[in-house]
Ligand binder design. Structure first.
Ligand code: SF4
Ligand code: SF4
Length: 112
């Protein structure tokens, strides 16, 4: 079992999550973060830290595609352990539907 970062992280990137992770398993891209499912120890500490409520346990329904998304990009993106600057437009994007398709070109996280 692992925790995964889901759609509402896109364009938010508050990064409150990364500094609490005891095993430093967050990875950062230009528009969002992911968790490496092979490194996450399932402690759950990051979940309540995310103001965008974008971090979910993979036991929730419909997480299969997000596990694939997190695994794929964790292998491609650099590790991140320190909170960066939040984008100025983060609040505008919080909760907006269709962010995955707008940024990654697919509404299916498994093929994004
Ligand atoms: S706190 Fe939430 S929205 Fe922010 S970077 Fe972490 S997972 Fe993404
Ligand atoms: S559940 Fe724990 S180990 Fe996994 S990403 Fe969150 S803080 Fe890190």
């Amino acid at each position: 079992m692992t925790y995964v970062v889901t759609e509402n992280c896109i364009k938010c990137k508050y990064m409150d999550c990364v500094e609490v992770c005891p095993v430093d398993c967050f990875y950062v891209g230009a528009e969002t973060l992911v968790i490496n499912p092979d490194e996450c120890i399932d402690c759950g500490v990051c979940e309540p830290e995310c103001p965008a409520e974008a971090i979910k346990p993979d036991t929730e329904p419909g997480m299969e595609g997000w596990i694939a998304f997190n695994a794929k990009y964790a292998a491609l993106w650099p590790n991140v352990t320190e909170k960066g600057d939040t984008p100025e437009d983060a609040k505008e994007w919080d909760g907006k539907p269709g962010k995955l398709e707008a940024v990654f070109g697919s509404s299916d996280p498994a093929s994004a």
